[in-house]
Write a protein that binds this ligand. Structure first.
Ligand code: G3H
Ligand code: 13P
Ligand code: ZN
Length: 320
């Protein structure tokens, strides 16, 4: 067992308390490799923002759990070396079983999401409570989820959103003991959240109702990439074929960040930024075969994207 405090990581408790009262949100950026992690740390150190490093179970398989533990510790040391030791959380994104959550706690994660949202309500409560009871013994914080996002979530495909029922949230939070709650209000995973021309509006009215039921309780938004059209155009200009990719307008996320939403999950936008930069280099310099020559620009582009989010969407700059 490696406890996260030995790695210099923190849990989400204090960060969320400050984010709710300060009316901003903490970035939760997914990573799978070194360049993504470097970009996240550089961006958050430069903007003096706390950060949640998210690892999905797919990322854990891709990168290997031992590598991840050292990468997270490396991220803490890297931030110190860059001159500003920001608070860093290592979070399991969409944990789906008790055993996976337990294994992550035992290998240094400081925060766990148990996503029981695809189960019937009572099973979700039971599984979430089991994970909370285990995690709290180690002062690891837990995110639960109520409601189902449209699209693919945990290999569960749903055509439509099942919005979180405000009437359920108080009972869920009380019975499970979770530290934060992910809700479904119209965001969804991936780059194809809406159709072009479709009116894009996340249900800030449902968010407000939820907040009334659990005042000041930390809320999480998944599926919050904005799918910048400049990146989609760049990908398509350099040989990509991403048709009709549309995300959540930044303005709507800014408004959510000013509420009790204190963690906003962004993965797809980072994928777009990296892909656009790599495609550009490989198209303009077809003789290039040194990975540093395309992964370096991809890392720089990611860093700019992450800084932009911190300053213009989440408002977490200067909060570290
Ligand atoms: O919620 C999904 C995240 O974007 C992680 O995606 O499972 O492909 O790593 P992944
Ligand atoms: P996006 O696909 O919108 O980036 O959402 C990521 C996410 O919710 C990770 O849990
Ligand atoms: Zn998610």
């Amino acid at each position: 067992m490696i406890h996260y405090k030995e790695l210099g990581l923190v849990n989400t408790r204090e960060l969320f308390k400050k984010a709710v009262s300060g009316k901003y949100a903490i970035p939760a950026y997914n990573f799978n490799n070194m360049e993504q992690l470097q970009a996240i740390i550089q961006a958050c150190v430069e903007t003096k923002s706390p950060v949640i490093l998210q690892v999905s179970s797919g990322a854990r398989k891709y990168a290997n759990q031992t590598m991840l533990r050292y990468m997270a510790e490396g991220a803490v040391r890297y931030a110190e070396e860059l001159g500003y030791p920001i608070p860093i959380v290592l979070h399991l994104d969409h944990g789906d079983t008790f055993d996976l959550c337990k294994s992550c706690v035992e290998t240094g994660f400081s925060s766990i999401m148990i996503d029981g949202s695809s189960h019937p309500y009572d099973e979700n409560v039971k599984l979430t409570k089991q994970v909370v009871d285990f995690c709290h013994q180690y002062d690891v914080t837990v995110e639960g989820e109520l409601g189902v996002l449209a699209g693919v979530e945990d290999e569960v495909q749903s055509e439509v959103h099942t919005y979180t029922q405000p009437a359920d949230v108080e009972d869920f939070v009380k019975r499970t003991g979770v530290d934060s709650l992910a809700i479904s209000i119209g965001t969804s995973h991936g780059a194809y959240k809406f159709k072009p021309g479709q009116k894009v509006e996340i249900r800030l009215d449902i968010l407000a109702e939820i907040e009334d039921c659990i005042p000041g309780f930390p809320i999480v938004l998944h599926g919050s990439s904005s799918v910048p059209q400049s990146l989609v155009q760049e990908i398509n200009k350099y040989g990509g074929k991403m048709k009709d990719a549309v995300g959540i307008p930044e303005e709507q996320l800014r408004r959510a960040a000013e509420s009790a939403v204190c963690k906003i999950n962004i993965d797809s936008d980072g994928r777009l930024a990296m892909t656009a930069a790599i495609r550009k280099v490989l198209t303009e310099k077809p003789d290039e075969f040194d990975p540093r020559k395309y992964l370096g620009p991809a890392r720089d582009s990611l860093k700019e994207l992450y800084k932009h989010k911190v300053i213009h969407v989440l408002g977490s700059n200067d909060k570290a």
